[in-house]
Structures are given as C-alpha cells and as structure tokens.
Ligand binder design. Structure first.
Ligand code: ATP
Ligand code: ATP
Ligand code: MG
Ligand code: MG
Length: 288
C-alpha cells in the first residue's frame, strides 16, 4: 500500500456490518414512480409490462447474486432476502444495498426496450432507493414477507375498485375516493361485482399476490423436513467444506430462477421448499 499523508482519511469511514446470524432484507423502491407511470402512460392501476420489467430485472439480480435466496416484488418495490448465514461483503450494509440497487437499475434500463419497444426512455431516468433491515428469526422474516403481500392485496383491491369507479363508472378521483372512504374489503368486492360485474377473485394472480422469485428445485412433502427448527437452533452458521461449497454453488447455478405469484403467507409455500430457509440447494427437477 502506498503511504501518503492523506491516507488517514480512510479512518473516517464508519463500519456498517449488519448483525450476524440474521436474515438480511434489502428493499428497493422506485423513486417518483407515480410521475414516471404517468409520463409513460402506464395502464391504471396495473400495467402488466411494467410489472414484467420489474420481475425481469429482479430475476437478473438473483442470477448475479447467488447469495439471494428469495425475492418478493409488488408495484415499484422489490425485497431481496439474504440467508442468515450470508457473508457477502462481510455483511456491510452499504455494499449490499448499493450493489442491489445499481444491479437492479442497470438491468431495468437495459431491459426497458424489450417491454416498451415503442417508448424509448428519456431523462429523468428511473432510479431506486434501497435499505437493509435485519430480521432475527424465521418468524420475523416470514412476517415481513407476509406484511408485503398483505400490503399488495389491500392496495390492489383498493386500486382496482378506485379505477373501476373512474374508468367504468365515470367518476372523477375525488368522487371515487369519497365512495371508498371507510369501506371494508367486502364492500369493495361488492361494489366491483354489483356495479361492474367484476369478480375480484378472477383478477390476475400477479396483481393480487405480487411476484415471488426463487431458485426452483423438486418440491418436498410438507412435514418431511423440519427446516425451521434446524435453522433456528444454529448458534452460528455452520462452516462447510470447500468441496461442499463448490457442489452447492454448481447446483445453485444449474437451478432455474422462477417468477411465481403464490401465497407466501401460508406455511405450505415454505414447507414444500425447505431450501429457502435451509440454504441447502435441493434436487434439480428432471426435464419433463
Ligand atoms: P416515492 O419516491 O416516495 O417512492 P412514488 O411515486 O414512487 O414515490 P410509491 O408509494 O412508491 O410512490 O408508489 C408507486 C407508484 O407507482 C404508484 O403510484 C403506482 O400507481 C405506480 N406504479 C408502480 N408500478 C405500476 C404498474 N405496474 N402499473 C401502474 N402504476 C404503477
Ligand atoms: P421512507 O421511504 O421515507 O422510509 P416510506 O414509508 O415511504 O418511507 P416505503 O419503503 O416506501 O417507506 O414504504 C413501504 C411500505 O410501508 C408502504 O407500503 C407504506 O405504506 C408502509 N408504511 C409506511 N410507514 C409505515 C408505518 N409506520 N407502519 C406500517 N407501515 C408503514
Ligand atoms: Mg416509489
Ligand atoms: Mg412503492
């Protein structure tokens, strides 16, 4: 290392390593996407192309960062989960967050023209903010994921009804807002059905449930793997041999990264996919 009288400035850098043995969630969110959506004339309340683009960018991020075990996206946000044993960048928060944000944004811009072939991007270009939060237990992590999916459901039911009142019912925004003030989910379902013949249950899953991205292995029988106890009882991440690490890496690289619109609140999703919590890659499904 070259010594100079200036190098003392390095000492001003603050350490920001995240708490060990906790699940790290990096959530990113589009900056000013209400305006951005208007600028590009996105369909209200759900522009399918915009969601597909978010999902394609998230999938690319997962492919570049094998340490990510699962991601969940809705609207202009995405949450990326690092396993609690992850040691990437010594778990330094700013390195993790900035890498995710820039990789995601890079792909978002790169892939834009595949999803919006007729509307080229122009400044101000899309950008995302990001933050990292540590969750100490599987329950906390699952509650976090459930929180985001419930948010998706509540917002989507509201937005679907709001825009139906405007687009199909001829109301303006203020009238629609007034109509929905103080209503419960059942009231919104009823408005959709009785006024517009829309059965909310038949709305596309991607709108109702958001998108889950993960590596796909063979599903297991629920109850056959007690992953939670195994993971929660680890005092510290188990050190694996180099050969085992190499094997895992290869299997992870071979696994298909899928985008699904499943219920991640119920146990079933996690029970059938023990690799999400255990961090041990499963069996690669045989080609059909
Ligand atoms: P901030 O910079 O604070 O995040 P924002 O305008 O991005 O501000 P959000 O709360 O993040 O506000 O909301 C996201 C906005 O982007 C919403 O207004 C939503 O309608 C719009 N949006 C995101 N994705 C889509 C989509 N696929 N189709 C239509 N609109 C979308
Ligand atoms: P900021 O980005 O400035 O930290 P924010 O609340 O806009 O604030 P987001 O990441 O955009 O942060 O919000 C994520 C979700 O959290 C949104 O759906 C928002 O409605 C919700 N939310 C915001 N504040 C609270 C809160 N105090 N309790 C529960 N949910 C909240
Ligand atoms: Mg936003
Ligand atoms: Mg948002």
């Amino acid at each position: 290392m070259a010594n100079s009288k200036f190098e003392y400035v390095k000492q001003f850098e603050q350490p920001d390593n995240l708490l060990p043995n906790t699940w790290i969630v990096v959530r990113i969110d589009g900056r000013g996407f209400t305006k951005f959506a208007n600028k590009y004339g996105w369909e209200k309340p759900n522009d399918r192309r915009a969601l597909d683009l978010m999902n394609a960018a998230a999938r690319a991020v997962m492919a570049e960062l094998p340490d990510i075990t699962i991601a969940y996206g809705v609207s202009d946000e995405y949450s990326f989960v690092f396993h609690k044993s992850c040691t990437l960048f010594e778990r330094r928060s700013s390195k993790l967050v900035s890498t995710i944000v820039s990789t995601f944004t890079g792909y978002y811009v790169h892939l834009w023209s595949s999803f919006f072939p007729d509307t080229p991007l122009s400044p101000p270009l899309p950008s995302f903010d990001g933050r990292a939060v540590c969750y100490p237990s599987v329950q906390n992590l699952r509650d976090y994921m459930s929180w985001r999916q419930v948010d998706c459901h509540i917002n989507n039911l509201y937005n679907t009804t709001f825009w139906a009142l405007i687009q199909l019912g001829g109301m303006d925004g203020t009238e629609a807002e007034k109509t929905l003030k103080g209503t419960f989910a059942s009231d919104k379902n009823e408005i959709l059905f009785s006024k517009f013949g829309i059965n909310y249950n038949n709305e596309p899953e991607i709108f109702k449930k958001g998108s889950v991205v993960f590596r796909d292995y063979e599903l297991v029988e629920p109850g056959s793997h007690n992953t939670v106890a195994e993971v929660e009882n680890q005092a510290e991440p188990v050190e694996q041999s180099k050969t085992q690490n190499e094997k895992d890496r290869k299997r992870r690289a071979k696994a298909r990264i899928v985008v699904e619109h499943l219920d991640i609140i119920k146990d079933d999703f996690w029970d059938r996919r023990p690799w999400l919590l255990s961090n041990k890659p499963g069996k690669i499904p045989k080609e059909p």
